[in-house]
Design a protein around this ligand. Structure first.
Ligand SMILES: CC(C)(COP(=O)(O)OP(=O)(O)OC[C@H]1O[C@@H](n2cnc3c(N)ncnc32)[C@H](O)[C@@H]1OP(=O)(O)O)[C@@H](O)C(=O)NCCC(=O)NCCS
Length: 316
């Protein structure tokens, strides 16, 4: 069944409260929560992603009212989307597909070579819906968490916010150099700038005399993607090469120390099973999967989720 009169357009600032309400209601309903509106607690994905790039947020309108939304993320040559949500009263009327058509058109216009998403591995509907748009399920992604207590940051770690305004652009370029050495054109600068501009958390830099070795873009607390009590590593990566395993350990130590200093009790970080060394290293440090889903890719290639890549991300 389809709904006539559906229009997909850019999401406007005036839509944000309703988009946030539908986002929580949709996930809370799908997950069977007693009060679906409570989904996500005091974490914020809708407003923070819209502010990061309003031109990358789509609205679906049905009968003149907001029916759903989707948010696109551009990490240079790689992109992903979500949260994609439709009001539960309007499910299965092809509104999600109309949002996806516009989404794929936008990625094509940007020339994004590799597009991914994170979804519910057990849901035939979700996997079937995304397959229609050329995505294929690859490996599981686990959202892991680690309880943290007071710990010093490794000497090699610093925060981007501690650098002078003059030095920050150079540091962000160095991060793009590091991510580009993992996968051609991978660039999370927009994520780093969103964290800086919106005060969502911190970007951790780990370096030695040879330069930047590792980076983690972290959200902290209420109003960010982390929510109260958590430090969430939205993206983390280590420069490939000898010693990468050790730098990954230092990066995790620096994130745990940051979390504890800012009063978080949990360090949350997602890892794709394609990055087997990273998953194993995190498990050995005591991270435990809190939930898991599947990463779907278009084209059906690993991108930067490779066995020897020390990468933290979950594409949620
Ligand atoms: C997921 C969601 C956005 C989909 O939106 P929707 O408007 O209900 O979806 P549509 O009606 O456009 O598409 C449904 C499609 O799912 C696919 N599908 C449904 N059941 C299926 C099954 N059992 N097997 C395979 N494919 C199936 C079909 O392709 C179907 O479209 P078709 O019948 O026209 O071929 C919506 O259900 C939602 O908000 N869910 C809660 C939040 C959520 O899970 N978001 C996505 C997280 S990744």
């Amino acid at each position: 069944m389809t709904t006539d009169g559906v229009r997909v357009r850019p999401l406007a600032g005036a839509d944000l409260n309703e988009a946030d309400r539908i986002f929580r209601l949709a996930f809370g309903t799908f997950l069977g929560m007693p009060d679906p509106a409570q989904f996500g607690g005091d974490a914020d994905l809708v407003r923070t992603r819209w502010r990061a790039d309003p031109s990358a947020a789509l609205a679906a309108e049905a009968g003149g009212r907001l029916a759903g939304s989707n948010f696109l993320t551009r990490w240079g040559s790689t992109g992903f989307f979500g949260p994609l949500t439709v009001h539960p009263l309007l499910w299965d009327r092809a509104i999600g597909q109309q949002l996806l058509e516009a989404t794929m058109g936008q990625f094509a216009a940007w020339g994004t070579g590799h597009v991914g998403l994170f979804t519910f591995a057990h849901s035939a509907k979700h996997v079937g819906l995304y397959r229609k748009f050329g995505f294929r399920p690859r490996f599981l992604t686990a959202i892991m968490s680690l309880p943290v207590g007071p710990a010093p940051a490794p000497a090699s770690a610093l925060l981007l916010s501690q650098l002078s305004e003059r030095d920050r652009p150079g540091a962000i370029r160095a991060v793009a150099g590091l991510t580009g050495s993992l996968h051609p054109g991978l660039d999370v600068s927009r994520e780093i700038e969103a964290v800086l501009r919106q005060g969502l958390g911190e970007t951790v830099l780990v370096e030695d005399a040879a330069g930047l070795r590792a980076v983690a873009v972290c959200h902290l607390g209420a109003g960010s993607e982390a929510g109260s009590g958590a430090c969430y590593v939205k993206f983390g990566a280590v420069r490939p090469g000898p010693g990468a395993a050790g730098w990954f350990g230092r990066l995790l130590d620096a994130c745990a120390s940051l979390a504890a200093r800012r009063g978080a009790s949990q360090l949350v970080a997602g890892v794709n099973a394609g990055c087997d060394r990273a998953w194993t290293a995190m498990a050995e440090r005591g991270f435990r999967p809190a939930m898991q889903g599947v990463a779907m890719h278009r084209p059906n290639e690993p991108g930067y989720h490779t066995g020897d890549a020390y990468v933290i991300d979950d594409w949620r």
